[in-house]
Design a binder for this molecule. Structure first.
Ligand SMILES: [Zn+2]
Length: 92
């Protein structure tokens, strides 16, 4: 189910989203561990999910999630930045 429009859809047509360090990151390869939410890869559904706070609720995150990576993934389809694998973040 899409957390934006709450319509049932096939998982292959939805973008998997996971929470990493307070950020909602896209997981198109469906390889990141942890709880995932599914969203139509459209600005409409992303904005609706933000308005209804569906993402933090679906991902069981207290507070808000930074969704800028999702905007980049969905709106800037040319420049895709793969999400960093969990646990591999470097300091500096
Ligand atoms: Zn949707």
């Amino acid at each position: 189910m899409c957390v934006g429009c709450r319509e049932r859809a096939d998982a292959s047509s939805l973008l998997r989203v996971v929470a990493v360090d307070g950020r909602a990151v896209p997981d198109p390869a469906r390889r990141l561990p942890g709880r995932g939410a599914h969203l139509h890869p459209t600005t409409q559904c992303l904005e609706r999910a933000e308005r209804t706070r569906a993402l933090p609720r679906a991902l069981r995150v207290a507070g808000t999630l930074d969704t800028s990576a999702l905007h980049e993934e969905i709106e800037g389809s040319g420049a895709r930045t793969p999400p960093a694998p969990a646990g591999s973040e470097r300091n500096r």
